[in-house]
Design a protein around this ligand. Structure first.
Ligand SMILES: Cc1cc2nc3c(=O)[nH]c(=O)nc-3n(C[C@H](O)[C@H](O)[C@H](O)COP(=O)(O)OP(=O)(O)OC[C@H]3O[C@@H](n4cnc5c(N)ncnc54)[C@H](O)[C@@H]3O)c2cc1C
Length: 388
């Protein structure tokens, strides 16, 4: 159910305060220790961040897409590792069950995902399967009332903390493409499921990814999400359409934060008897960054409204994800430039946010994959219009 405008404004104001008073001041500690302090995770739970999008019937806030992106504009202003802590529960680690799960799967998992008691991860990528997501090699062989899963999943966000994995696996080995893939809800502790070592990453210290290994991992047939084989890739694409708008909103929020940092530095630092902010070459960087951050925000809101209206927004979600993630990269780069030598030094957040922002162009579909999605739709429309 949509919030009224006052309730949404109050939620966004509370999130902005949380970001300014708790998250941004903790950024250095999180980057240093590679961990989000327990007190902050507890505050996230209290604020309902793990359940922003879970249906109200299961204890979530049930935000619409537009409400979600407005909340993420605020939360995206903090270093992205914080959002990563609850984002798999809001998005890819929960939506498969929320969108396509059976009533029993929803009742079993959604309340605990919404409260943050259970962390959900989404396991699609494999060592040999990345952008070509439909060619999943992990197998799920039916044996009586069970499925036996074998394969390896790579770079799975929050896997070290997860209690539940949405795993994409091939149930029909004869079918090499996406239609042979099914989605499974696999619980941590299931014999045959093990984790690799957390990866050492370029950025997002405090957020953790690792391999998920499935070796004769036997799950009950009731773990098949939606109860129907061959629907897994469709489920993954629905999850990713929504996820791409969420990521685009995070990029727009981070863009605005970085621009604030850039301005704050430039009005304080003096060279040639003036502040940096007096130089027109520096001002051009502010103007370009503002225009790009504003464009990203507008695209995200437009696409979110269309999705809420029931339209297919695959193209708009890809446009928003591609534009916003590329834009935040340029803005983070300008911020380093405005900071000069300090921009290269770890005591300032400019270099951290520059490294953090780099991930947005890679996960949940690289920029090239967004280009392919957009172009494919355009060409197919043009062919249809031309009757070819
Ligand atoms: C920190 C982190 C967290 C992640 N979290 C998750 C997660 O929670 N769950 C999950 O399932 N995955 C996750 N991933 C995986 C991520 O989604 C993939 O890394 C991403 O989709 C790219 O796949 P790849 O790394 O195999 O690159 P590849 O597919 O090998 O691509 C390499 C390069 O080739 C380009 N390319 C590929 N195909 C084409 C083409 N047809 N045309 C033009 N260019 C092409 C790509 O754009 C890219 O530039 C995560 C990754 C990272 C780094």
């Amino acid at each position: 159910m949509a919030l009224d405008s006052d309730a949404l404004a109050q939620l966004c104001a509370a999130l902005r305060r949380f970001v300014d008073e708790e998250l941004i001041p903790a950024e250095a500690e999180v980057a240093e220790t590679d961990a989000i302090p327990g007190r902050i995770v507890a505050q996230m739970r209290e604020l309902g961040l793990f359940g922003l999008t879970a249906p109200e019937a299961f204890g979530g806030l049930g935000l619409t897409m537009e409400e979600e992106v407005r909340a993420i504009f605020e939360l995206g202003r903090a270093a992205p590792a914080f959002r990563s802590m609850f984002a798999t529960n809001v998005g890819i680690g929960m939506q498969g069950i929320a969108i396509d799960g059976t009533p029993e799967q929803k009742a079993k998992y959604l309340p605990r995902l919404a409260s943050g008691e259970l962390i959900g991860s989404f396991a699609l990528t494999e060592p040999e399967v990345g952008s070509d997501a439909g060619s999943v090699r992990t197998t799920a062989r039916r044996e009586g009332d069970t499925y036996v899963l074998n394969g390896a999943k790579r770079f799975i966000t929050n896997a070290p903390h997860a209690g539940l994995f949405t795993v994409m696996a091939r149930t029909d080995p004869a079918q090499k493409g996406a239609s042979g893939v099914s989605a499974f809800a696999v619980e941590r502790g299931t014999p045959g499921l093990s984790l690799g070592k957390p990866e050492k990453k370029m950025g997002l210290q405090g957020a953790h990814v690792c391999d998920v290994i499935l070796k004769d991992c036997r799950v009950p047939a009731s773990a098949l999400i939606g109860g129907v084989e061959g629907q897994g890739f469709k489920t993954a694409m629905k999850v990713l359409d929504k996820g791409r708008l969420h990521i685009a909103a995070a990029c727009a929020g981070l863009s605005e934060r970085i621009l604030d940092d850039m301005l704050a530095y430039a009005v304080g630092r003096r060279q040639f008897g003036k502040t940096l902010a007096d130089f027109q070459l520096i001002q051009a960087m502010f103007a370009d960054s503002k225009a790009e951050a504003y464009a990203a925000r507008c695209m995200v809101i437009d696409a979110a409204r269309k999705r809420d209206a029931g339209l297919n927004v695959s193209v708009e979600a890809s446009c928003a994800k591609m534009f916003a993630s590329e834009a935040v990269g340029r803005i983070a780069d300008r911020n380093v430039q405005v900071h000069g030598g300090n921009g290269y030094i770890r005591d300032y957040r400019a270099e951290q946010l520059y490294r953090d922002a780099r991930l947005f162009r890679i996960y949940e579909g690289t920029t090239q994959i967004q280009q392919i999605v957009i172009a494919k739709a355009l060409v197919s429309e043009a062919r249809a219009a031309a009757g070819r």
